[in-house]
Design a protein around this ligand. Structure first.
Ligand code: C2E
Ligand code: CA
Ligand code: CA
Length: 513
C-alpha cells in the first residue's frame, strides 16, 4: 500500500518537475522577446509572462509537496518493514528536529537524547539473526520503551538503534533509572526462550537552552557515546557523551597499530597486587594485573588499552597471555615455601568468558604448566552476571568443576540483582572500591558494607574489599568481619620480582614475630 502511494507520488513529482521546467522555459523566452523584440503588444507579453510565472510557482510548490510526501512514505515503509505497524515512531531526522525544538523550548530543564542498541550474548549484531526473530526482538524493545517512557518521542535509525528524547531537571536520576530499565529488559530476554538478545547498551547526551552549542548534534553525540559504550567492559549500561570520549576515539589510531604483535614482542607484563587476610594479617594471594610496556610511551595502565582491546576482541589474547604468565609463576613458586600456597586471581573479560574455547584453554594451560587449578581464582565482573544470569551461572559451574575458584568483581556498581548472587555459585565477592572510599566518613557506606558482608557470609561466600588505602579503613573492615582486603595500604601492584621480595620479607617478619 505504502509502496503504491510512493510510486504514484513519484510519478506526479516527475510530471510537476516537467511542468515547472516547461514554464521556466516559456517565461524565459517571453522575457527575452519582451526585452529585445517587443515592438508591439508589450502588455500582452507581460500578462502572459505573469501567468506563466504563476504556473511555474504552482508547479514548483507541488513538486516540493510531493517530494515531502515521498520522503514521509519512505520513512513509514522503513518502520513498517521493521515493526509491521506504524506506531508513532520517528525517523532519526525527525528526532533530531524534535530535539532542537525541545532544547529551544525550556530554559530550566535539560533535553536528553538516548541512543540504544541491542547486542547478542557474544556481542553479535541483530542483523545476524533471521529476519522474523530480529523483527520480533525490535518490536519487543519498542513495546517496552513505550511502556517505560509513554510520553517520550521515540525513534529508530537505519542501524536498528532506538532513540529516545527526554526532558529532565535531574539528569543523574534519569540515567540511573535507564540503567535499571536496561537490566530489567535484558533479564526478560534471558528468561524468554524465544528472544535471544541479551545486552542492551545506551549512549546519552544532554543539552540545555542555556548552553546549546556544540560541534555535533544532540543525536550524533548520543550515537557517538553508544558506539563507545559497546567498546566498554560494562554492558547493560549507559555511557554519557564527553570530551574524553572524543579524545579516546583519537587514541584508537595509534593503539591499533602499536598493539599488532605487542605480546609477541614481549611488551605486556603481569603485575601482582597482594591480598591480605584480615584474620591473621598475612598475604594469602594476589591479583594479576596487566601492564603494557610501550616502547615510546612508558608503562601504560589497562585503562589506556583494555577498553579498546575489548571492543576489537584483542582482549582474549591478552587474558590468555596473563593466565599463561600466572601459570608460569605458580609453577616457579611451587618449591618456595613462602610462595607455594598463594592463590592468584586473573581477570576474565566479557569476550573471554563468551569464548567457546575458554574451558579447554584453561584446562590445557594448567595441565601444560603442571599447576593446581585450586591455586587460581577467576574474576568476572558483576555486570556480566547482570547481563545474562543463566549463561554466566552455567560457565561458573563448569569453571568450578575444573577446580578453579571464582569471584564476582567490582560488586556494587554493576546493578546485578540479588537473585544473581543467589543463583551463581561464586566463591568470593569483591566489594568495589567506591564503597570503601567513604567508609571512614559516611555511616551509610559503612552500613552498606556491613550488610553486604553479612549477606555474602549467609550465602556461604567470602568477602574481599578492594581499594583499601588506609589503616583506618582496614580496621573498620576487620571490625565488620570482612575476610580480606586488597589495596595500596598494603601493596601497590608490582612486577613479579618485587612481589617475590615483598612476600619473602613478610614471611621473615612473621617468623620473627
Ligand atoms: P580491577 O580488576 O578492579 O583491578 C583493581 C584495580 O584497582 C587495579 O587497577 C589496581 O591497581 C587498582 N587498585 C588496587 N588497589 C587500589 C587502591 O588502594 N587505590 C586505588 N586508587 N586503586 C587501587 P589497574 O591495574 O589499573 O586495572 C584496572 C582494571 O583493568 C582492572 O580493574 C581490570 O578490570 C582491568 N584489568 C587489569 N588487568 C587485566 C587483565 O589481565 N585482563 C582484563 N580483562 N582486565 C584487566
Ligand atoms: Ca579484578
Ligand atoms: Ca575490581
Amino acid at each position: 500500500m505504502i509502496e503504491r502511494r510512493i510510486a504514484i507520488h513519484s510519478y506526479s513529482l516527475l510530471v510537476s518537475l516537467f511542468l515547472a521546467g516547461l514554464c521556466f522555459g516559456f517565461s524565459l523566452a517571453i522575457a527575452l522577446i519582451g526585452l529585445f523584440g517587443a515592438e508591439y503588444g508589450t502588455r500582452q507579453y507581460l500578462a502572459l509572462a505573469i501567468l506563466i510565472v504563476l504556473l511555474l510557482v504552482f508547479a514548483a510548490l507541488s513538486a516540493l509537496f510531493l517530494h515531502l510526501r515521498i520522503e514521509d512514505g519512505r520513512k513509514k515503509a522503513f518502520i513498517v518493514a521493521k515493526f509491521g505497524a506504524v506506531e508513532d515512531v520517528y525517523s532519526e531526522k525527525d528526532i533530531a528536529s524534535i530535539a532542537k525544538k525541545m532544547v529551544k523550548g525550556d530554559q530550566n530543564e535539560k533535553v536528553l537524547c538516548v541512543a540504544f542498541s541491542i547486542a547478542g550474548p557474544g556481542g553479535q549484531a541483530l542483523s545476524s539473526l533471521q529476519n522474523d526473530v530480529a523483527k520480533k526482538t525490535l518490536r519487543f524493545v519498542l513495546k517496552s520503551l513505550r511502556v517505560g517512557f509513554p510520553l517520550n518521542p521515540i525513534g529508530i535509525t537505519s542501524d536498528n538503534e532506538f532513540l529516545l528524547l527526554h526532558r529532565s531537571q535531574n539528569e543523574d536520576a534519569f540515567i540511573d533509572g535507564l540503567r535499571v530499565f536496561l537490566i530489567h529488559l535484558s533479564d526478560t530476554f534471558a528468561h524468554s526462550g524465544s528472544l535471544p538478545f541479551a545486552s542492551l547498551l545506551g549512549g546519552v547526551s544532554s543539552r540545555s537552552a542555556v548552553k546549546p552549542l556544540a560541534g555535533r548534534s544532540l543525536v550524533e553525540e548520543a550515537e557517538f557515546a553508544l558506539r563507545h559504550s559497546a567498546s566498554r567492559r560494562l554492558s547493560c549500561d549507559v555511557l554519557r557523551f564527553s570530551q574524553s570520549l572524543v579524545d579516546e576515539d583519537a587514541s584508537i589510531h595509534w593503539l591499533d597499530a602499536d598493539l599488532n604483535n605487542a605480546i609477541e614482542r614481549g611488551e605486556f607484563v603481569v603485575y601482582y597486587q597482594g591480598k591480605v587476610n584480615l584474620n591473621d594479617m598475612n598475604f594469602y594471594g594476589a591479583e594479576a594485573l596487566v601492564r603494557w610496556k610501550h616502547p615510546h610511551r612508558g608503562i601504560l595502565p589497562p585503562s589506556v588499552f583494555v577498553p579498546y582491546c575489548e571492543s576489537s576482541g584483542r582482549i582474549v589474547e591478552i587474558d590468555h597471555f596473563v593466565f599463561q604468565t600466572v601459570c608460569a609463576s605458580l609453577a616457579r613458586w611451587k618449591s618456595d615455601p613462602a610462595m607455594k600456597n598463594l592463590i592468584v586471581s586473573v581477570n576474565l573479560s566479557r569476550r573471554t568468558v563468551y569464548d567457546p574455547e575458554l574451558l579447554s584453554f584453561l584446562e590445557q594451560t594448567v595441565a601444560q604448566y603442571g599447576v593446581d587449578p585450586n591455586k587460581i581464582e577467576l574474576e568476572l565482573t558483576e555486570s556480566l552476571a547482570a547481563e545474562n544470569l543463566i549463561f554466566i551461572s552455567s560457565v561458573i559451574k563448569k569453571i568450578k568443576a575444573l577446580g578453579f575458584h571464582t569471584s564476582i568483581d567490582d560488586f556494587g556498581i554493576g546493578y546485578s540483582s540479588l537473585s544473581a548472587l543467589k543463583s551463581i555459585p561464586y566463591d568470593v565477592l569483591k566489594i568495589d572500591k567506591s564503597f570503601i572510599d567513604d567508609i571512614e566518613i559516611e555511616p551509610k557506606a559503612q552500613a552498606m558494607v556491613a550488610s553486604i558482608v553479612e549477606l555474602v557470609h549467609t550465602l556461604g561466600m567470602e568477602v574481599i574489599a578492594e581499594g583499601v588505602e588506609s589503616a583506618k579503613q582496614a580496621e573498620i573492615l576487620r571490625h565488620l568481619h570482612c575476610d580480606a582486603i586488597q589495596g595500596y595500604y598494603f601493596s601497590r601492584p608490582v612486577d613479579r620480582g618485587r612481589f617475590e621480595v615483598n612476600i619473602a620479607e613478610a614471611s621473615k617478619e612473621r617468623k620473627r614475630a
